[in-house]
Design a protein around this ligand. Structure first.
Ligand code: NAP
Length: 435
């Protein structure tokens, strides 16, 4: 008789109950693939009395998730509580310290404490796995750390937050403004009551920092992710972008920057203009997608559901199956001490084309002020669209697309214009990605 792998589940919300349902529904198939049964020994959440739509009566209940790590009948702790610190981190440290494997869906915790946990897991000789932490059901961590393991990866980027993608693609389909679509997404349960982490790009930044460490073999640096969310994107931007042949997507962009000799880490979450013939332009709704470019494999595209109970549980249970098979692996594809410490890249010398949206007073002379600032900063204008719609009365929206040039020149043009009475609001800059 093969011994089962005994697991304990902390957190029985969307992901935790999904994991219970999946392990119960596919028990036989999972046992054949894992070469041993997966047995839930104990579970924990805050409220024991809550109806979670799954029968938990056959599993031991622990009020304190930390107690799961101490149980002798548990091989692997599965953390699905959430939060970068607090009970999730205490449980993770505890579980590894007690020699248990750890599976987690918690991107915030991995982005902040992933290196510490990976080193501790290596020292303890246990597995640390977090496939569900990046892009939900998409096996992108496995894809990069196993399927693409032979490649030098120089660039990894994608749509990493389903809430933002849902909002942007709904704005695109309906012509409605950000606040209106966000409120609807909150009513429908697609966006949190406090949407800050999602719409300001922090959640995408967590995922990007994890992907970058795996793709580039660099030490994880969430603190060095430059983050701009989508809350300042207007319906007018989407319309201007469309008329120029682009859609707007919030992208997490990670690159190795070799300018100046040493490898530096470039990580940015920012709304971008994406050409309509680019694969990411067709990723709509709450879907996620990741592109990785390797020196032998070329471009790989991973696409699928980035959240939800089923897809996320699928990724969590895949990690559990790996552990049941005895595959520990290294959390970031190589041992933590092998990860290269890279300084953050300086962004000024990066070259590209930019979209700049100005909101300006509707009076003569304004255009001359803006183009003079562009000229003085060395920004070359490729096209310009002026529209009355989308602005308040007495104001117009002016969208400028630049020729390729250094980003620092655009920053300088905006510095020259800062405080000018030719601007009615702070401009918004978005980078344009090439096909
Ligand atoms: N939802 C998704 O689609 C998704 C996708 C990818 C990754 N993730 C990640 O998965 C994790 C869980 O997300 P979720 O959406 O399942 O969250 P959730 O629905 O809010 O569930 C959180 C669970 O943790 C329990 N909990 C919270 N604080 C606790 C504490 N102090 N002690 C013990 N238990 C506590 C809650 O207990 P009660 O139920 O008793 O309140 C609840 O069962 C997060 O790290 C999230 O980022 C989620």
């Amino acid at each position: 008789m093969v011994e089962p792998l005994n697991i304990a589940l902390a957190g029985l919300g969307t992901v935790g109950t999904g994991v219970v349902r999946l392990i119960e529904t596919n028990a036989e198939l999972i046992a054949r693939r894992a070469r041993r049964p997966i047995r839930i020994a104990a579970v924990s959440a805050r409220d024991r009395t809550k109806d979670r739509g799954v029968d938990l009566s056959r599993y031991d209940w622990e009020d304190d998730p930390a107690a799961l790590a101490a149980r002798a009948d548990v091989d692997v702790v599965v953390e699905m509580v959430g939060g970068s610190d607090g009970p999730a981190l205490a449980l993770a440290r505890n579980a590894i310290g007690q020699g248990k494997g750890l599976v987690t869906a918690n991107k915030a915790m991995i982005a902040h404490h992933g290196l510490e946990l990976a080193s501790a897991a290596e020292k303890a000789g246990v597995a640390l796995k977090f496939e569900a932490a990046v892009a939900g059901g998409i096996p992108v961590i496995k894809g990069l750390s196993e399927g693409a393991a032979a490649n030098a990866i120089e660039r990894v980027y994608g749509i990493l937050n389903g809430t933002c993608n849902y909002i942007l693609s709904t704005m695109e389909d309906t012509g409605r403004d950000f606040g209106d679509v966000l409120a609807e997404a909150q009513r429908m349960g697609y966006a949190e009551a406090d949407p800050t982490f999602d719409v300001e790009g922090i959640d995408a930044g967590h995922k990007l920092s994890i992907l970058a460490a795996i793709a580039f073999g660099s030490r994880l640096r969430f603190d060095a992710v430059e983050t701009t969310g989508i809350s300042r994107v207007k319906a007018a931007d989407i319309e201007q972008a469309r008329s120029l042949g682009y859609v707007i997507r919030l992208l997490g962009m990670g690159e190795i920057d070799r300018a100046g000799g040493s490898a530096r880490l470039f990580q940015r979450v920012h709304p971008h203009l994406v050409p309509i013939d680019h694969p990411l332009a067709h990723v709509d709704g709450a879907t996620n997608a990741v592109v990785a470019e390797g020196n032998f494999m070329g471009r790989l595209l991973f696409q699928g559901a980035g959240a939800g109970d089923g897809p996320t549980a699928s990724a969590v249970v895949a990690d559990i199956i790996d552990i049941a098979r005895g595959e520990k692996g290294a959390a970031f594809s190589m041992p933590a001490h092998e990860l290269e410490a890279m300084e953050p890249a300086e962004t000024g010398h990066r070259r590209g084309r930019s979209y700049i949206r100005f909101t300006v007073p509707d009076r003569p002379g304004v255009l001359a002020d803006i183009t003079a600032a562009m000229r003085d900063a060395g920004v070359s204008i490729a096209s310009m669209i002026q529209k009355g719609e989308g602005a308040q009365s007495g104001e117009v929206i002016l969208a400028i697309v630049t020729h390729e040039g250094p980003e620092s020149a655009v920053t300088e043009a905006l510095r020259i214009l800062d405080g000018s009475d030719s601007l009615a609001a702070r401009p918004l800059v978005m980078q344009i990605i090439e096909g």
